[in-house]
Design a protein around this ligand. Structure first.
Ligand SMILES: *Cc1c(COP(=O)(O)O)cnc(C)c1O
Length: 250
């Protein structure tokens, strides 16, 4: 089987799993956006996934994306205007301008400083950029994102997080769409469920206090746990290996 046709087969399998999870959760399939995480894979693999009907693609490294995205556009032609690119990785602030010029949605907004830079560059480009705030709801030290564990019990943690949202909300040319998180690596996907439920609860609390934003976006779930994330309300799942196969490096 060629690499291309295996992408076709894998996309069909992932779509079946999304449909099954949506059926269990009594949700319409259209309420879940599949973001195909193409990091480490070549432009040709993205084109193949595009031909399967995928329109949302995620990348985590600015340098890699800055080469790949124009290459994909070249290969696809005008139809590429229908693609949406999602930045899902940690970004150094000096790369903020490049992110604004290549991406439509940023899932990994994790500092106020970066928000300020995105806002400034988006304004300069006369763009409005969709952002999700990346939060660490599991409290694991290794995770990036705004600290968001235990906010229900610790007033200082809640205040700090709410203050960050207040400051980011005030920045022009950024549209807050919701929250993103990475679940810890676990043996059974069921173990990730409390983390996804916690993200949804935090979203509900923020939506009540910051009604100027819709907060409809919940970016959670990857290859190993996306069915559970969908059951817990994910509106965007970020799936790499299940579509493109194993990565040679991360
Ligand atoms: C790589 C990556 C993914 C996709 O992971 P898979 O396990 O390949 O599905 C999702 N989200 C982020 C932030 C990533 O870096």
């Amino acid at each position: 089987m060629s690499a291309e046709s295996s992408i076709t087969v894998r996309v069909a399998t992932v779509r079946d799993q999304i449909a099954a999870a949506c059926a269990r959760a009594n949700r319409p399939v259209a309420s879940v956006t599949l973001v195909a995480v193409s990091k480490t894979h070549p432009a040709e693999a993205v084109v193949e996934a595009f031909k399967c009907g995928l329109r949302h693609f995620g990348e985590n490294r600015v340098e890699e994306a800055s080469q790949k995205i124009p290459r994909v556009r070249e290969l696809i032609g005008t139809e590429a205007d229908r693609m949406m690119w999602h930045m899902i990785g940690h970004v150094q602030s000096r790369k903020a301008e490049e992110v604004i010029s290549n991406f439509d949605t940023i899932h990994s907004l994790d500092t106020i400083k970066l928000a300020e830079r995105y806002s400034r560059f988006a304004a300069a480009a006369s763009k409005s950029i969709r952002v999700l705030l990346e939060v660490n709801v599991s409290g694991e030290d290794s995770k990036s994102g705004f600290e968001a564990s235990d906010w229900q019990h610790k007033a200082d943690k809640r205040d700090q997080l709410w203050e960050a949202v207040r400051q980011i909300s005030a920045l022009p040319n950024l549209r807050i769409e919701g929250l993103m998180t990475m679940a810890p690596i676990v043996e059974e996907m069921e173990q990730a469920r409390p983390v996804f439920a916690a993200l949804r609860q935090l979203r509900d609390a923020l939506a009540a206090d910051f009604p100027q934003w819709e907060w409809q976006g919940l970016s959670m779930g990857m290859t190993d746990d996306f069915p559970i994330a969908i059951e817990e309300g994910a509106t965007m799942i970020r799936v790499g290996r299940a579509i493109f196969g194993d990565r040679a490096y991360t």
